[in-house]
Design a protein around this ligand. Structure first.
Ligand code: FES
Length: 168
């Protein structure tokens, strides 16, 4: 007999199992509802692989994901690339966090945003990239400025045809 509830231990076990079941059932139901909502909003996993004329999640309009995992960036349609020093966040390219930076009148560089110190993703801070982990700093074109990282950000392979830069 349990002093607090007046139930036997066996009764408590049944009660706990019943609560666990209902929690599981609740979570299963919630997951289904959440999945339906995400699907309806078009932000489920499968939807993120599709082309979206307004830009993929975390990306500007003018960026299209290709079947091979590369990204096609129409530099005339991505507003942030309208001037030298402009940056277009690309989300991930083949699993790598990346951004395309306009470095000149008609030159661009795609950067792997993983810090060369220990791999933490850097963030843009004005005209630099800063690492939130230990403070490394890089120029917008990826050049090394301050450690503890000792090397520039890596580049992601690009090719260009007209206004379109293919990244990946
Ligand atoms: S991981 Fe970026 S400074 Fe350490």
């Amino acid at each position: 007999m349990n002093n607090a509830t007046g139930k036997t231990p066996a009764g408590n076990a049944k009660s706990i199992r019943a609560k666990a079941m209902s929690r599981r059932q609740f979570l299963g139901g919630s997951a289904g509802v959440c999945g339906a909502i995400l699907f309806a909003l078009g932000i489920g996993g499968a939807a993120s692989a599709a082309t979206n004329s307004r830009g993929l999640k975390g990306q500007a309009a003018g960026i299209t994901k290709l079947k091979d995992g590369k990204l096609a960036v129409d530099t005339k349609k991505v507003k942030s690339l309208g001037k030298v020093g402009g940056v277009a966040p690309l989300g991930t390219v083949k699993g790598v966090p990346a951004a395309l930076v306009r470095t000149g009148a008609s030159t661009y560089v795609a950067l792997d945003l993983r810090c060369t110190h220990a791999g933490v993703t850097v963030s843009q801070a004005g005209n630099e990239w800063k690492c939130p982990a230990h403070g490394s700093v890089f120029k917008l074109d990826g050049a090394f400025v301050a450690g503890p990282a000792g090397a520039p950000l890596l580049k992601v392979v690009t090719s260009r045809k007209g206004n379109v830069v293919t990244v990946g």
